[in-house]
Design a protein around this ligand. Structure first.
Ligand code: NAP
Length: 387
């Protein structure tokens, strides 16, 4: 594979994240190794930093449905119509935390805005005496490499040079260092609130509301029918998590007061890209015909994994362990993943509800014209080798 992992990450948001494993720093009694902790039955006061993008709204809804009291802190720019009945504190993670400077106490804070370590440090410092538990929404992109299968939470983490960390002031600059910066955000929270931090590390988050269209591309493309360019082999593994399942696990993390890191994605070695396409075809009743083109030819044609062929990477070289990340620890604590058809149906339903303008162009996946060209080149090559 010629493209490096960093190339993938530059092209689009990352694969999905560990720090000096926080569990190693905790007293034994606070770790949650194999035995599942009991969730509290108490109504909890939860502060959500954000809450109105993609994962946030689903998480807020799960928390409310389980009887908890939610406070949101954000700028009021993203989806301001959401949750009119909830308490909203206004501010900016970069420049104005004054709304968080009070005597208010919360049982837990959930932080998905974890890209620049100093912003996590600032909120954790401000809240440390008034919040018991800090949940960092991290990513499986924190891991240094993916060449080994069945990777657990204690695998080595990506690192970022101190001068780069110093230089990065905004999340818009983070992408080439996404995994390493997320790992540093985990560590920043742990340093301020030792033994009180959980790092939830999702894989690719998919389903209703996904702004990236990486997973959405496939059901939508299949629904259009016709010959469809498909990456490498239907047996290639993929791993992803329905945003609704992730939201349930985030609130379980709060209720069980889990600590340390949890890989939160579909079980390794189970899902394939072929299943995503086949189920999409069944659900949409489309006449799509799948043409699986080897990765070597896709490379020749400069068809990029993850962006042109989204939600998929070839399991080779530094990515040989792709699709096999170990999720046993989170599963033991209650992470469940609904079946692919449920996610595909909900994604399509959500997509149909979007404005015409939003649906005019998918934000991921190869353009239709280019797809035709690559398929034509593939058929030409095959004819030549036959003749
Ligand atoms: N997508 C994936 O496949 C994937 C995979 C693995 C991990 N992850 C992780 O999952 C998490 C996804 O989170 P999300 O974006 O969906 O969370 P979210 O809480 O739904 O949305 C982001 C929130 O941040 C607020 N915000 C943005 N800029 C802000 C600022 N300067 N100050 C204060 N608040 C600000 C936004 O509101 P305002 O704009 O109104 O301020 C919004 O409420 C991230 O940590 C990501 O790294 C994603």
């Amino acid at each position: 594979m010629k493209s490096t992992r960093r190339d993938f990450l530059r092209r689009s948001a990352a694969v999905g994240s560990a720090a000096v494993c926080t569990a190693a720093l905790l007293p034994e009694a606070l770790t949650t190794k194999a035995s599942a902790a009991k969730p509290t039955k108490k109504k909890l006061k939860i502060l959500m930093l954000g809450g109105t993008g993609f994962l946030g709204p689903h998480t807020v809804r799960v928390a409310i449905s389980r009887g908890h009291e939610m406070t949101l802190f954000n700028r009021g720019k993203s989806n301001p119509h959401l949750f009119p009945d909830l308490e909203k504190l206004r501010g900016d993670r970069y420049s104005d935390l004054s709304a968080l400077k009070s005597n208010r106490k919360w049982d837990a804070v959930i932080d998905p805005f974890t890209y620049v370590p100093r912003t996590v440090k600032a909120t954790a410092e401000l809240l440390a005496d008034r919040v018991q538990h800090y949940i960092v929404i991290s990513t499986i992109s924190v891991y240094k490499e993916y060449s080994k299968p069945n990777m657990t939470e204690d695998a080595p983490l990506e690192e970022v040079a101190p001068d780069v960390v110093e230089r990065i002031k905004h999340h818009r600059e983070v992408m080439p260092y996404y995994g390493g910066m997320k790992a540093l955000c985990e560590q920043a929270a742990e340093k301020v609130m030792p033994g009180r931090v959980a790092n939830v590390r999702p894989g690719l988050i998919v389903g209703p509301g996904d702004p990236s269209d990486r997973f959405t591309y496939w059901p939508v493309r299949v629904s259009h029918g016709g010959e469809t360019l498909c990456p490498n082999s239907p047996k290639d593994l993929v791993q992803n998590i329905d945003v609704r399942d992730l939201a349930e696990f985030v609130i379980t993390t709060v209720e069980k007061r889990l600590l340390g890191a949890y890989n939160a994605t579909s079980p390794g070695g189970e899902r394939t890209i072929g299943q995503v396409l086949d189920e999409s075809k069944k659900i949409t009743g489309s006449d799509a015909k799948f043409t699986w083109v080897p990765n070597s030819f896709l490379e020749e044609q400069k068809v990029a994994p993850w962006s042109d062929m989204p939600a998929w990477l070839p399991a080779e070289g530094e990515y040989a362990g792709f699709g096999t990340i170990n999720t046993a620890k989170a599963q033991a604590e209650g992470l469940t993943c609904r079946k692919l058809p449920a996610t595909i149906s909900a994604t399509l339903k959500w997509w149909q509800e979007q404005s015409e303008e939003r649906r005019a162009k998918l934000r991921a996946g190869i353009a239709a014209d280019r797809e035709k060209e690559v398929l034509a080149a593939w058929h030409k090559k095959n004819k030549e080798s036959e003749g």
